[in-house]
Design a protein around this ligand. Structure first.
Ligand SMILES: Nc1ncnc2c1ncn2[C@@H]1O[C@H](COP(=O)(O)OP(=O)(O)OP(=O)(O)O)[C@@H](O)[C@H]1O
Ligand SMILES: [Mg+2]
Length: 268
């Protein structure tokens, strides 16, 4: 495969259940269906993103196999039922990897290093992360240039977001993380509720970049996980499919614009 410019993006929020994985798998599926080569890197020991596309039998190694056991990354990456979408799976052993990264020299750079041999083969690397400030999350942030933070339209979301952004800023000050926020994404939005409307406007007025698209709250999202459906699959609820498709278009546009900016800056 010819080398291409890669955009690497980490989907993260230390608050649990805000639709990080739902966002990662639908973004990955949408971009692949638009014809891009996409690698979804599952950095969460829960392994939910991996399970959306792979059965246990199809997984022969995880990110830990690559980093701790030196298995070549290509042997662990798996193709999926969606053309152009590959997954670097996670498993429960990532909980162990997290501890190993803490004690290993430059542990926060190990995920980025593990992906170097294949990075150029993909237009997008998408990292799904767990609900914590683990070394896996930090490693995914170090490996990316873009950060996407899903924020659920619920009570406490904005205070959790402020704490999380504070932690990212500390990593940036220490020059551990260089990635910039591509945008906040409002998820599980029920515009009939006061809190639903309030969180969306707070996101847009926060002074941080945010996506125009908001992901609506639909009970069909649970069924989609049970049935392993993502955007573009027949049977996916059209409101969710349309929203994630629009979000993916915004991501592609912003990542492209940033990349163009970086090239112009480098050239000038
Ligand atoms: N738009 C939506 N409307 C309703 N429910 C949703 C929506 N998006 C996701 N959910 C549901 O919310 C739950 C949490 O979603 P998801 O697993 O994507 O969150 P997460 O942030 O990855 O969680 P964790 O912090 O455990 O990794 C799931 O049951 C999912 O089906
Ligand atoms: Mg998750």
């Amino acid at each position: 495969m010819a080398p291409q410019t890669t955009s690497a993006m980490t989907i993260c929020n230390f608050k649990g259940g805000v639709a990080k994985t739902t966002t990662a798998v639908n973004l990955a599926g949408s971009l692949a269906r638009e014809g891009h080569a996409v690698l979804l890197v599952d950095c969460d020991p829960q392994g939910n993103a991996s399970e959306m596309f792979l059965t246990e039998d199809e997984i022969a190694g995880t990110l830990r196999s690559v980093i701790a056991e030196r298995v070549p990354v290509r042997e662990v990456i798996r193709p999926t039922r969606i053309d152009g979408l590959h997954v670097l799976p996670a498993g429960f052993d990532l909980a162990l990897l997290d501890k190993e990264l803490v004690v290993s020299a430059a542990g926060e750079k190990r995920i980025e290093r593990a992906l170097r041999p294949v990075r150029g083969e993909y237009a997008y690397l998408i990292f799904d992360t767990g609900p914590n400030l683990s070394h896996l999350t930090l490693g995914a942030l170090v490996a990316a240039e873009h950060i996407i933070i899903p924020v659920s339209a619920a009570v406490w979301s904005m205070s959790a977001l402020a704490k999380f952004m504070g932690w990212i800023d500390e990593q940036r000050k220490d020059e551990v993380v260089e990635a910039a926020l591509l945008g906040l994404l409002a998820t599980m939005v029920d515009s009939r509720t006061r809190i639903g409307r309030a969180v969306v406007s707070e996101i847009h007025e926060s002074g941080h970049p945010s996506f125009e698209t908001a992901i609506p709250k639909r009970t069909a999202a649970e069924d989609a996980v049970a049935d392993r459906l993502v955007t573009g699959d027949p049977g996916m609820h059209p409101d969710l499919a349309d929203a994630y498709k629009a979000f993916a278009a915004e991501v592609a546009e912003r990542a492209g614009r940033r990349r163009g900016g970086a090239h112009r800056a480098a050239a000038g």
